[in-house]
Ligand binder design. Structure first.
Ligand code: ZN
Length: 340
């Protein structure tokens, strides 16, 4: 008596019997052996117990059902639900790819694929696939088959996972391990179609998306590396201004005196800047530059001289340019210097 009550506590009651390959709920069959059902698990005859006291259930005609009879039955009924409803909610997926730049910073591209209800045109059960058999297969789903595995006790094992990966087929798993073993057919159907936890085992479309995200993350990484290299290049090359409108000032000289040759007083103030030697191609000429540096010389307005005395060279500045008449032509002259 003690043993029996312990067993009753451990085991849920069998609520489905098998008739001509279909599972019938206890409410759909006649009482007793007239139910004409066998156990979906061990395939032995069942008696429908539809009395007044206990909740209606099936019992094995000889012996007692084991846990595996109940589990097999739930597994079979879940497959039958998918076959009859021809729909299932697909799992959500979070897809991401990362790439590490040379500073060690991680660049990640992510995308969330939302869960949604999928309607199938056809559902097959126990469909033979390359190297494995699916619990159920619905199609089409994104121009391919969707294998649906039902987990009652054991999740999809690694061998099956590997076969799915090799075949690159689409597979999801519905986890009924947390479902009440006494759940009603309606509750089981809701769990199977929509509510029970579910996850992707393998999804070729998501793999493609993952590859795209990897390209995106790699691009982010390469852009970061380029920006770092550009920054390093500029720091290594003090002769290149940080902005194309700026100048690197190398120095200046001023002077005044008397020229015996021209027999007059003179004043001299020159500013020296540096610029990159670039190659130039026009229709009429070709100049090949080294990419190195050349010096430029500017005349200087006297008002700038005091500012120039306080600087350390070379230094980056912006120049205000004007022009002055020298002989019979205008030449550029630096009117103001702004230190940056
Ligand atoms: Zn059984």
């Amino acid at each position: 008596m003690d043993i029996e009550s312990t067993q009753n506590k451990l085991q849920a009651e069998l609520k489905f019997g098998e008739q001509n390959g279909q599972l019938l709920h206890i409410s759909e069959v006649k009482s007793g052996l007239d139910c004409d059902c066998i156990c979906p698990g061990c395939k032995t005859p069942l008696i429908a117990r539809k009395g007044e006291v206990r909740t209606h259930h099936f019992a094995h005609h000889q012996g007692q059902e084991s846990e595996s009879c109940i589990e097999t039955t739930l597994h079979r009924f879940a497959k039958q639900v998918i076959a009859s409803h021809k729909k299932v909610r697909i799992p959500e997926d979070h897809i991401s790819a990362s790439s590490v730049d040379k500073a060690g910073k991680i660049h990640t591209a992510r995308e969330r694929v939302t869960s949604e209800m999928i309607d199938f045109e056809e559902v097959g059960l126990e469909v033979l696939k390359p190297g494995y058999r699916s619990d159920a297969t619905g199609y089409p789903y994104e121009q391919q088959d969707l294998d649906i595995e039902i987990r009652v006790t054991h999740e999809v094992d690694n061998i099956k996972k590997q076969k799915v990966q090799e075949a690159n087929t689409c597979m999801m798993e519905i986890d009924l391990s947390g479902l009440d073993r006494d759940a009603s057919p309606e509750a089981i159907a809701i769990a199977v179609i929509s509510e029970a936890p579910r996850k992707w085992i393998h999804n070729p479309v998501h793999l493609q998306l993952q590859k795209k995200l990897q390209q995106k993350a790699d691009l982010m990484m390469m852009q970061a590396n380029q920006a770092m290299e550009e920054h390093e290049r500029q720091n290594d090359a003090p002769l290149t201004p940080s902005h194309p409108d700026h100048f690197i000032l190398l120095g200046y000289k001023t002077g005044h005196g008397y020229s015996p040759r021209y027999q007059k007083n003179f004043e001299l103030s020159k500013l020296y800047t540096v610029r990159q030697v670039v190659s130039t191609n026009t229709r009429n000429f070709t100049v090949t530059g080294s990419g190195g540096y050349e010096m430029e010389e500017f005349d200087l307005d006297e008002s700038c001289i005091r500012k120039l005395e306080s600087l350390e060279y070379p230094t980056e500045v912006s120049l205000t340019m004007g022009s002055k008449l020298q002989g019979r032509k205008f030449v550029p002259v630096v009117l103001d210097i702004k230190v940056l």
